[in-house]
Design a protein around this ligand. Structure first.
Ligand code: NAD
Length: 344
């Protein structure tokens, strides 16, 4: 009766339960941002464990704790605990980031599942951009420029390809040429488009209708003068563009302005701290556009800039869907914390 059983789902279980399904993720992110705009969520600020000041994150990494509650049909609370060690891919053949998600029962608040959050985290970040492209990419967008040949740009590409059927070409660049080559070889097996490996961020940005930065750069790599009219810039990493890129955009859209101000490492949050960005110039949060309170793209000439901080509620919503499917289809492994709780 008092036994506490929890469902453990490893990455292969998460995959069996839809963890690789980009269209489901995009649909779910749209629902999450709609609830975000309606205020049907609780999101304590992300806490960041690091071994020094903000700059130390690029060397010794960080671990983020991202608790939250998301309402609507999800009605779930929990946490994502996710590490980031930028040297992992180069020194240890490990991904930069690895995460665990725990969900808690809505009534007893007992932990009901512990699952891999690495795949979910990467997929939801891509899917988020799928929603952004749906509302803010120019109709007829043909060229996608990707800067950074890591995990995130793989899921970014999957989501943009899914949302933008007019796409004709992908440009990819990375400081590490080998990574760019591997990216193109791997991704052309799943995305039937021509890939061009280019040698600089400038080449990836110029003439692109949509471009995405998902790098671990410590210094800005995107300049305003490279950006053409009508483009959509999706900024996934931290301080990846010059201040002018944001100043010259016609619309500045974010996932959650409060979270970005709190996190403090993204270009726009640095600008805000340095009094270089007046928050009245923020056009919208994504949920306002999803809910139709504000227009997305309105013409083929505006330059739109989107930046995400990443929200725990995105991960928790997906985790809830995965958990429910796992229960229905009998995936994963039950672990027992106790038969009878014992306090002495
Ligand atoms: N906004 C969000 O919700 C969110 C979610 C997850 C990750 N991220 C961020 O996305 C970024 C990428 O994550 P990842 O998992 O793909 O990392 P990764 O380590 O797999 O890949 C990053 C790539 O960036 C490349 N790079 C570094 N400096 C560069 C430069 N100046 N020009 C071109 N390439 C450069 C590296 O060589 C590496 O291949 C990280 O900054 C991470 O914090 C954001």
């Amino acid at each position: 009766m008092s036994e506490l059983k929890t469902l453990f789902l490893d990455q292969s279980d998460v995959k069996k339960c839809g963890g690789g399904n980009i269209s489901k993720f995009i649909e779910t992110m749209e629902e999450v941002f709609s609830l975000h705009d309606k205020g049907d969520y609780i999101l304590p600020n992300k806490t960041v464990l690091r071994w020094g000041d903000m700059d130390s994150e690029s060397q010794t990494g960080r671990i983020n704790s991202m608790p939250g509650f998301i309402g609507g049909k999800f009605n779930t609370s929990g946490i994502k605990w996710i590490s980031s060690s930028p040297n992992n891919p180069f020194k240890h053949h490990l991904p930069r980031a690895a995460g665990i998600i725990i969900l808690n029962d809505p009534e007893t608040l007992m932990p009901v599942t512990v699952m891999d959050g690495t795949l979910i985290s990467a997929m939801r970040t891509g899917a988020n951009s799928g929603v952004v492209a749906k509302y803010m990419a120019k109709k007829n967008s043909k060229v996608l420029g990707l800067i950074g040949a890591g995990v995130q740009n793989r899921t970014q590409l999957m989501a943009i390809y899914h949302t933008v059927p007019t796409l004709e070409k992908v440009k990819i660049t990375d400081l590490n040429a080998e990574r760019a080559k591997n990216f193109a070889n791997e991704m052309k097996k799943v995305i039937p488009l021509p890939f061009e490996i280019v040698n600089s961020a400038e080449e990836a940005v110029r003439e692109s209708d949509i471009f995405i930065t998902a790098t671990v750069t410590e210094t800005p790599i995107v300049k305003s003068e490279w950006i053409k009219e009508g483009s959509l810039y999706i900024h996934v990493g931290s301080h990846e563009c010059e201040f002018d890129v944001i100043n010259q955009s016609n619309k500045v859209v974010v996932d959650d302005w409060g979270e970005l101000k709190h996190r403090g490492v993204e270009t726009i949050s640095i600008m805000y701290k340095e009094n270089e960005f007046d928050e009245t110039n923020l056009y919208a949060e994504l949920g306002e556009i999803v809910n139709g309170k504000k227009a997305g793209r309105e013409n083929d000439t505006e330059k739109i800039y989107f930046n995400s901080c990443g929200l725990g509620i995105q991960d928790l919503a997906i985790a809830k869907i995965v958990y429910e499917k796992a229960i229905r289809e009998n995936h994963g492994q039950w672990i027992s914390f106790w038969d009878q709780p014992s306090f002495v």
